[in-house]
Design a protein around this ligand. Structure first.
Ligand SMILES: [Zn+2]
Length: 607
């Protein structure tokens, strides 16, 4: 039947459609044409399906049965071959593979959501109202944590414990300023920490006091630690709550896979949620590079004993750190910072020690993902990977480097996380060694304000250089580093395509030669990310046999103006073949109108 339909001509196709419709109206007896249509769980029709395959091909319709895609093609072809228990008429909307965030701190992001967010508070009153709202939600005695306040937006005077006592007298409250260097506590929190008028600030800290010598509630630098040490550690229930909140965010943004920094122990929480049917992302969890090989193996053995579906929950890379950050000038640089001539940053360990650890873990067959920001840190990681490769040679196919899908096919797929500042001569080494450059485009538009001061005009050319990476044949998966940056993947796509702030600065983009096409940026967030966790044969592009993780976008990313990417939302998120999120679950009038080719006796659920 399949083959027949492909071969028949357009007029005879029209005839068979008429025949099929007649059969529908005469009931279910003697319906040879329909009987041969396979019933599947979900059909998406009349869309623009960006497959993210090697040719970036675009189709119209997708047939899904259970957790897998069974066919991709034109709407007509798909409807002739399949009937859907549910049919979604996309009305021309764009479908892509679900987003795969290749670098995220999922549990930490969820915890941040549970804290009071004061970043948008424009007045002291607004900040107090947010704390009041949280106090109403939480039982008295529970700590209220929050962050993001900025008193310079409220006239410049420090707020006090009394402001918080007014709205939350029965909850200890501790709120971090936007820069993380000052905390604001209420009276109950000060009392629990033993901060009285006699208390002394620790070295490197300050307790602000009023005219009578009483602490005001403002604690600078290390003084905040006096309160932090009496805050109870996060409970298991809170962590679970955090992950549930993070899952709600992920589905809202069309994120169906994460590569996660939460750590091995968190897999136990993910497993519980999976068994309850609540885990709506695929998780590739990371272990700690600093753990001993014995401990890493013990975790792997324990993990394997649970016999999870590896496509839902798996252990992939070991996450380690080579250096710090550019913002705090702790990134390890080959030469001093341009705005601090005595400082070249701080590697976490010596090159020899790093290489020894890489070799030991690579020999155990483990994929390694190293945080490296500075050009020196990136070189140290590459040197370590090269040494490991020399000890255990793996054949890397470089015969056809123009075909990115072939690069590093047989490599251990070690990764450098961020790969933020790279010496130009090192780009090619990523490709030669099969090392993945796992990048977060939103970092570039957050950091560009000061990155050039730190780096100078020469080194900045190798900074956040995702296009240079790609043109050297390097695999570049995209992620967010949430909660460092927002979880929103549309912000990442926008940053990758424009290299402009959300306000559009600078015109034309910051080092615009590093901009990507939107199609390439989507591929980085889907197909490239799947490669980074060894799952490119299961997900990351839309084709028959692949997992049915898809997102329907509210706007056509492929054709809209770049600034409109920021207004785009996930209209529908499909995970494992199930619709898990619908932005507007109320069908519009147009959507309720049935198309003539659909079975009128069983109106399909539509959007
Ligand atoms: Zn991170």
């Amino acid at each position: 039947m399949k083959m027949l339909i492909r071969k028949i001509t357009a007029p005879s196709l029209a005839l068979s459609l008429v025949f099929a419709l007649c059969v529908i109206s005469f009931g279910s007896h003697a319906a040879p044409a329909l009987r041969q249509r396979r019933t599947v769980t979900l059909l998406l029709i009349n869309g623009r399906v960006f497959t993210a395959d090697a040719n970036n091909s675009v189709a119209e319709a997708v047939a899904i049965d259970g957790a897998r895609i069974v066919a991709v093609g034109s709407s007509r072809e798909i409807q002739l071959r399949f009937s859907g228990a549910r049919i979604v008429d996309l009305r021309g909307r764009l479908v892509t593979p679900g987003f795969n965030d290749a670098h995220i701190h999922f549990a930490g992001g969820g915890l941040a959501l549970m804290r009071v967010d004061l970043t948008e508070a424009r007045s002291l009153e607004e900040a107090k109202q947010r704390v009041a709202a949280r106090a109403r939600e939480l039982t008295p005695g529970t700590w209220i944590r929050g962050r993001g306040w900025d008193h310079t937006l409220w006239g410049g005077a420090w707020p006090t414990r009394k402001d918080l006592d007014e709205v939350a007298p029965n909850h200890p409250v501790l709120l971090q300023r936007v820069d993380g260097h000052v905390s604001w506590a209420n009276s109950l929190a000060l009392q629990k920490a033993g901060i009285t008028r006699d208390a002394k600030a620790p070295e490197g800290g300050e307790i602000l006091r009023d005219a009578s010598g009483e602490p005001t509630g403002i604690l600078k630098e290390t003084a905040a630690g006096l309160v932090e040490r009496v805050v109870p550690p996060t409970t298991r229930a809170e962590q679970q709550e955090a992950i549930i909140r993070a899952l709600a965010e992920a589905k809202r943004y069309g994120i169906t896979s994460i590569q996660d920094n939460s750590g091995y122990e968190t897999t136990k929480l993910y497993r519980e949620l999976m068994r309850e049917g609540k885990l709506t992302v695929r998780v590739a969890e990371w272990q700690n590079f600093d753990d001993s090989v014995e401990e890493l193996k013990r975790q792997r053995t324990e993990f394997a004993s649970f016999k999870d579906d590896p496509l839902r929950l798996r252990l992939t890379a070991l996450k380690g750190y080579v250096d710090g950050t550019l913002g705090s000038r702790t990134a390890a640089m080959l030469a001093p910072f341009s705005d601090d001539s005595t400082n070249s940053g701080i590697p976490r360990r010596s090159p020899e020690e790093l290489t020894r650890m890489i070799i030991e873990r690579a020999q155990a067959g483990l994929q390694i993902a190293l945080h490296a920001i500075g050009d020196r840190a990136n070189r140290m990681a590459l040197d370590g990977f090269e040494a490991a490769l020399k000890q255990h040679p793996v054949r890397i196919d470089l015969s056809n480097v123009t075909d990115r899908s072939q690069v590093g096919v047989s490599s251990p797929r070690h990764r450098i996380e961020h790969a933020q500042v790279v010496a130009p001569s090192d780009f090619a080494r990523f490709r030669t060694l099969g090392v993945i450059a796992s990048m977060q485009p939103a970092h570039a538009i957050s950091d560009k304000r000061w990155a050039e001061d730190r780096l100078g005009e020469y080194r900045v050319l190798g900074a956040y250089a995702w296009h240079a990476m790609q043109s050297h044949g390097v695999r570049v998966p995209f992620g967010t580093d949430w909660p460092v940056e927002p979880i929103n993947p549309y912000l990442g796509l926008y940053a990758a395509v424009t290299r402009q702030s959300t306000e559009g600065d600078p015109a034309g983009g910051w080092w615009p030669q590093e901009r990507l096409s939107i199609a390439d940026a989507i591929r980085c967030y889907t197909a490239e990310s799947a490669y980074a966790s060894f799952e490119e044969k299961e997900k990351g592009h839309i084709a028959a046999g692949m997992l049915a993780d898809l997102v329907v976008h509210s706007r056509d990313l492929l054709t809209i103006k770049a600034e409109e990417i920021l207004q785009t939302e996930a209209a529908i998120t499909i995970f494992n073949g199930q619709v898990i999120h619908e932005r507007d679950a109320t069908p519009s009038r147009a959507a309720r109108r049935l198309r003539p080719s659909m079975n009128k006796r069983e109106p399909p659920a539509q959007l």
